[in-house]
Design a binder for this molecule. Structure first.
Ligand SMILES: *Cc1c(COP(=O)(O)O)cnc(C)c1O
Length: 397
């Protein structure tokens, strides 16, 4: 059984705050602070350029990729770190379309994250071969698969509603229709048990600053199933994905296996923070995390519905259909959330009217849930959210 009191002690949680926004940016793992300080002093500071060899910087994307791979059910040698999620999605989708040259449709759902949709459209425009995006309702995806679909591109957990797709079932349906799958695990990695190999996923991508607590702008990951990797011709053919970067050869030859999905110089500071953040998962069972997430989410929904009847549950009521967040609808959700944050309960807001609350068992317990619901009841009852200063929309919501 995972010791959640121990995992909570591994994070810096500011006094007086209940943090329900780990689905956007996980809190600071104490080990990350020490690891980055050591990197600055002992590695960058003392080793200078020698750090690439002597501190293992050059291998960090592959080594940390293996650590992520164990959390998402990926075989060894199928995951590598780098860049941002938007870029990794572009690479994965480009590779999938290349492997299905006779087909022209990318299928996704209209709950997908805008960046995923924008990157797909930008890619299709660059390819210039008449690809089109087919966007349907999340529950209509399986029926929209046909012989024209090259790639099914989905985010497993909807960033707004928390709705959870059936990865194994949809992957099977996509394959039956002759399509490949690109799964975005932004809101799944570190939140749910994922088994990419047994689901038969073709490509997967994800960020590491949400439920994996890697820090703001932490590097992303990409997975390519081993059956495809040797046939992938990288669309972003940077020198570090080359077979021999330090041969400085002007002819591009993709590197061995997943290494070809690397692009340029890795962000060593970000990788170091992430590496330390992943230590929090040692001795943790993701099944325990899921069970606890469901328990805390049910408790949160129950408390909020009892105390705040003005809010409508947007997330699926059935826990099996939900990721690790609870979304509530309230017409004045933006000012309400600002008032809540001022009272020390931090969630976030997505237009037009959705308040999101991330449930991350590594550092949240039932006391936090009850406290958050109590503050919500107070702010609603006092109407203290109804002040002009809370209506000023900030750049990051
Ligand atoms: C958070 C998130 C992103 C963000 O992409 P970045 O390139 O890391 O900014 C993209 N897609 C989904 C589904 C997300 O949830």
């Amino acid at each position: 059984m995972t010791d959640f009191a121990r995992t909570k002690s591994l994070f810096h949680l500011p006094e007086g705050i209940v943090y329900l926004d780990g689905n956007s940016l996980g809190p600071l793992p104490l080990a990350a602070r020490d690891r980055v300080a050591r990197l600055l002093d002992e590695e960058w500071g003392e080793m200078l350029i020698r750090g690439w060899n002597e501190a293992g910087w050059m291998d960090a994307p592959a080594r940390i990729g293996e650590r992520i791979g164990r959390l998402i059910g990926a075989a060894p040698g199928t995951v590598v770190m780098g860049d941002t999620l938007s870029i990794k999605l572009y690479q994965a989708l480009a590779a999938a379309l290349d492997l299905r040259p006779g087909r022209r449709v990318v299928l996704s759902d209209h709950g997908n994250f805008p960046s995923d949709i924008h990157m797909a459209k930008g890619l299709m425009r660059s390819i210039g071969r008449g690809h089109e995006l087919r966007l349907v309702a999340p529950e209509a995806v399986a029926d929209a698969l046909d012989e024209n679909v090259a790639a099914l591109m989905l985010t497993e957990v909807d960033y707004r509603t928390g709705r959870l797709h059936d990865m194994a079932g949809l992957t099977q349906a996509a394959h039956a229709a002759g399509a490949l799958t690109v799964w975005d695990l932004a809101h799944s990695a570190g939140a749910l048990p994922i088994d990419l190999e047994s689901a038969g996923a073709d490509f997967a991508v994800g960020c590491t600053y949400k439920f994996l607590n890697g820090g703001p702008g932490a590097p992303a990951f990409i997975y390519v199933a081993s059956r495809h990797i040797e046939r992938v011709q990288p669309a972003l053919s940077g020198w570090l994905g080359h077979e021999a970067p330090f041969a400085f050869d002007l002819d591009y030859r993709p590197g061995p296996g997943i290494a070809r999905m690397r692009v340029g110089t890795p962000t060593i500071l970000g990788l170091a923070a992430l590496d330390a953040a992943l230590d929090a998962w040692d001795g943790v069972s993701i099944e325990d995390v899921r069970a606890r997430s469901v328990e805390l989410s049910e408790m949160f929904i129950g408390e909020v519905e009892r105390r705040c009847p003005a809010f409508e549950l947007v997330s699926p009521r059935c826990a099996n259909e939900r990721g690790s967040q609870v979304t509530l609808r309230f017409a004045d959700g933006y000012p309400f959330m600002q008032a809540l944050i001022e009272r020390g309960v931090i969630g976030d807001f997505r237009p037009p009217d959705m308040m999101r609350f991330g449930i991350a068992p590594l550092y949240l317990d039932s006391g936090d849930i009850v406290r958050a619901a109590g503050v919500m009841e107070d702010v609603l009852g006092e109407r203290s959210w109804d002040r002009p200063q809370y209506r000023q929309v900030k750049a990051v919501t």
